[in-house]
Each structure stands twice: as C-alpha cells, then as structure tokens.
Design a protein around this ligand. Sequence first.
Ligand code: ASP
Length: 287
Amino acid sequence: MRPPIVISTWNHGLPANRKALEVLAAPTSSALDAVEAGARVVELDCPDMTVGLGSRPDRDGFVTLDAAVMTGDGRAGCVAFVQGVEHPVSLARLVMERTPHVLLVGDGAQQFARECGIEVAPPKLTPQADKEWHAWLKEKNYQPKVNIENHDTISILALDAHGVMAAASTTSGLAYKMHGRVGDSPIIGAGIFVDAPVGGAICTGLGETVLRTLGAHLAVEAMRAGATPQEACELAIARIIEKNPNPQNYQVGMLALDFKGRTGAYAVQKGFTYALQAELKPAASKF
Ligand code: ASP
C-alpha cells in the first residue's frame, strides 16, 4: 500500500483534489470514486463558469456539457453535448457501468439520464451567464482567449493505494462555441486516457488542437516507450504545436501520472496551473 496520488487541472483542481484525497482516505474507496467526487465539486461550484450548469453558454444560449471517465483496465464512459444534467461526470460513469457503449450524446444522453433517475433541468442560464452572453451577442466575436474565461476543464487523475488508476474530465467546453460543438474532454485518447500498467494523461485547453493529435493517448504511449511523465507531456505538447499553427493564439495544458506515482505537467504557454495533492503549482511551458 502506498499513499494515493491526485493531480488535476487549474486552480479549481485544488478543491477537487481535496475531495478526492478525502475519498481515498477511506480504505474501501477507489480511484474512480475519488476522481468522480473531485470533479463533482467543480461541477457544482466553478467560479470560472467553465464547468457545470452555471457555465457560459454556446452562441445560441445553451449550456452544453461534456464529461468522461476512464480506468486503467480500459473501461470508459463519456457524455457529450448534454444539457440540463448537474453532474455529467456521474452520467459518464453510468454510461460505463450500465451500458454496452462508451459515448452517449445530446438527447440520447439526456434520455439515459432520466432512465437512471437523474433529473434533467430545463435550459436556463445563471443571471451572470445570461448577462455576459447578451453582451457577447452585440459583437458575436468568437475568439477563444488564451488561459482566460472562456474555457477551463477540470480533468483529474488519481492513483489509489491499491495501485488502481482512474481519470475524469468535465467541462462546458468553449464559451460561445457553435451549437453541437464537442471538444477533446469527453473523447477517449484526446482529453483523457489511462492504460495500466503504463499511466494516464489528461488535457485542458483548446480542444480542437488536442483532438487533432489525440494528445492524452500520445502522452501515454510515450510513457509506454520509456518517457517519464514529464517527458511525455513535453513530447505531446510539442506535437500539438507542430500540428496546430499559431500557438501564441491557444493554450493547452497536459498532466500525466505513471504507476510509479511520478507526475508531469507542461503547457503551450505560461499560465497553466495545476493541483498536485493539496498544493497548487504553475506548470512549465514551451513559450
Ligand atoms: N478542452 C476543453 C474544450 O475544448 C476546454 C478546456 O479545457 O479549457 O472543450
């Protein structure tokens, strides 16, 4: 038995990690319970308005959410473009545990939520999100901004005392995205990937850049080939920059954890923070 390890994205990773570590302190809990519980904290309370039902909407005024879970044995569940569900990360877990599928989207994900007894709320923006959306509508200028305000997924990876690893991600994606847009976060191999006995990787940032390169899978395969988690994050970020022009216009942050408990963190640009255990850290970056 070794002490559990939890690593997650951005400042909101800190409350998520605290919750995950609290869960992992119970002898019967699992890495999956821990990452789900950690992600749920941010789904309920995300001051950045980038996770959960309190998020900024898409350009048509709808909050659409993406989430995923994965465990080291290759099990995975994801939901994308789902509306009205308070805890999409838990719905993703139910997709993994109760269906023969990996990914449910939109109305089908909502229907599954109802079948599981989960309440689906009608579309509604918080007063702040509504105000900001109406201000945005005046110009309708869609321009994702580096590091700030219009995206910031909580992605979280945990290795429990029994040597089991799990990851979760949950996000509203990019603010003012096109209706129906899905990013990297609920896509296995892109925003999230775990493979025992190698390790796991999770991403945040401009999802299109990560989708084009399957960033998390790339980092895990680099670890399989012998890279440390830090080297794996740097290699994956280098590939993202190589395949996606104008890196000054986007941010991607990558975190990795291997089964030895070693961690890595790297980003395209300065400003990516992450939580390791109960400590907040700035990640090194390419630029
Ligand atoms: N990766 C997310 C997306 O593109 C957003 C983020 O992590 O900041 O949907």
